[in-house]
Ligand binder design. Sequence first.
Ligand SMILES: NC(=O)C1=CN([C@@H]2O[C@H](COP(=O)(O)OP(=O)(O)OC[C@H]3O[C@@H](n4cnc5c(N)ncnc54)[C@H](OP(=O)(O)O)[C@@H]3O)[C@@H](O)[C@H]2O)C=CC1
Ligand SMILES: CCCCCC(=O)/C=C/[C@@H]1[C@@H](C/C=C\CCCC(=O)O)[C@@H](O)C[C@H]1O
Length: 337
Amino acid sequence: MVIAKKIIVVNPFVGVPKHNDFDIVQEELSELQESEFLAEAIYFSVDPYQRMKLGNVYPCDMIGGQIARVIESKNTEYPVGTLVMGHFGWRTHTITKPENEKLCQQKPYLYKLPDFEHLPVSLGLGVCGRVGNTAYFGFSQICQPKPGETVVVSGAAGAVGSHVGQIAKIMGCVVIGFAGTDEKCQWLIQEAGFDHVANYKTADIPTFLKGTAPNGVDCYFDNVGGELSSVVLSHMRTFGRVAVCGAISTYNETNADKLKATVVQPSIVSKQLKVEGFQVNRFADRNMEGIQKNLAWVKSGQLKYKEHLTEGFESVIDAFIGLFRGDNIGKSIVKVT
Ligand SMILES: NC(=O)C1=CN([C@@H]2O[C@H](COP(=O)(O)OP(=O)(O)OC[C@H]3O[C@@H](n4cnc5c(N)ncnc54)[C@H](OP(=O)(O)O)[C@@H]3O)[C@@H](O)[C@H]2O)C=CC1
Ligand SMILES: CCCCCC(=O)/C=C/[C@@H]1[C@@H](C/C=C\CCCC(=O)O)[C@@H](O)C[C@H]1O
């Protein structure tokens, strides 16, 4: 009999998640039924949405994607040795079957990894997974960029942001990024090929934008929301497009006054902006197309990736808290064993 270790959340998060919001428990797994398989976790994904998408019943299992290997199987489509991406949560062992898709909010719930050749399988959680698809579909479909246009990316040194900026360069745009440390800004210029960057914690943002986007911003890919985004909106060009991907600056906010909308409507009306939120689930039926596109860019060297790797099952809690301290450059992942 297999005993799985899993992380549960014991109470709703208040403000930044804390270690004592979590507990580690064991679960006895039953025998495999027809069409089920047993998967063993290799890497966990660490993502901001995990702060926002738990249900109303506590304790509950922590949600999350993982790369896992099939170690026992009663499903011919998923023989022993198959590598999968699955939304199994933070747990070492999982018994599942493809039909469980209907029980999961995340789409797709489960798929076999394509052949990454010499590249690490952990890329299936980042640049060649749903995060990569967030960048690829979110930017290309929502921003509809054209060569020569000026693109601003917030959260630029993170998993999604660093990817969006590089696609924008591939598409011939001028790319401006905002990140939270000078080290991140340096990496964005030197490695990721951004044209201009600023540390949003220390820069005079209006002056920086006037200097780097004198004719205004055509596309804004927003990962953070809040005040920074209000300033960027006021620097948009007529008919600019805004892809609202996330709002991490608000996820831990407990002061209700700070969650009231800053007045952005005059910018939207006067510049006739198109502002559209999206969730990558919308593009689930094109999941493999996006992965193959990003994989090809990685293989050709046009798309660089960086992973922020933490090791050990239990350390995933600290890696998660670290997202909100800005610990990571690129994709935060945890090697489970
Ligand atoms: N719509 C969708 O389908 C999806 C949306 N998302 C969203 O995209 C965004 C980026 O996600 P992802 O790339 O995975 O995460 P990141 O890799 O960007 O990691 C989080 C980063 O956010 C920054 N950050 C943390 N707190 C704040 C704050 N208070 N204000 C501004 N920045 C902050 C930190 O960087 P720094 O040092 O620069 O502050 C931190 O490193 C998130 O908002 C997420 O929710 C992600 C996936 C799918
Ligand atoms: C106000 C809440 C905004 C949350 C925005 C956000 O981050 C939404 C994300 C999910 C998204 C998760 C996608 C990629 C995560 C990659 C790793 C993985 O687990 O596969 C998608 O599931 C729909 C949004 O809910």
